[in-house]
Design a protein around this ligand. Structure first.
Ligand SMILES: [Zn+2]
Length: 143
């Protein structure tokens, strides 16, 4: 009986978590470029962003993305529909990932010049490098 309980626990520990490493930080390889870029932007601006107990995954989602926080873990999900037709546009994907990381940092939606303004500035972000830089500045300026 003890063995069965142990096996159940071991299976659950292995199966219930996305984390395989000591840092408890998991990123789907298809998102790693955008996630790495996000942490670089944060670092460049001197903003510390916690990575521990965070997973960034691709999955089913009722919106383009989602950020869920529980007691001490967080999960960012990017809608799998982005990947249905192969590789998504990297800048469009970056916009989505940065928006969800905005939520992760505690930001809500707004209606101003912001990545947190849902979809309104996706085109600007995509097509204008200078505006994109200003939008990324804004993302970190709230602190
Ligand atoms: Zn949002």
């Amino acid at each position: 009986m003890k063995t069965i309980a142990f096996l159940f626990l071991a299976t659950c520990l292995l199966g219930c978590s996305d984390f395989a490493d000591q840092e408890h930080f998991y990123v789907d390889p298809r998102l790693s470029e955008a996630v790495t870029a996000f942490f670089k932007e944060a670092e460049n601006r001197g903003i510390p962003v916690q990575k521990d107990m965070l997973s960034v995954v691709i999955g089913p989602c009722s919106t383009s993305g989602r950020c869920e926080k529980t007691n001490n873990t967080a999960k960012i999900t990017i809608n799998e529909s982005f990947f249905r037709s192969g590789s998504p546009d990297p800048i469009a994907l970056q916009y989505m990932v940065y928006h969800e990381f905005g939520h992760y940092m505690g930001r809500e939606h707004n209606d101003s010049f912001s990545i947190m303004n849902p979809n309104t500035y996706a085109g600007v972000y995509h097509n204008d490098a200078a505006q994109r830089e200003a939008l990324i500045d804004e993302l970190f300026k709230f602190q």
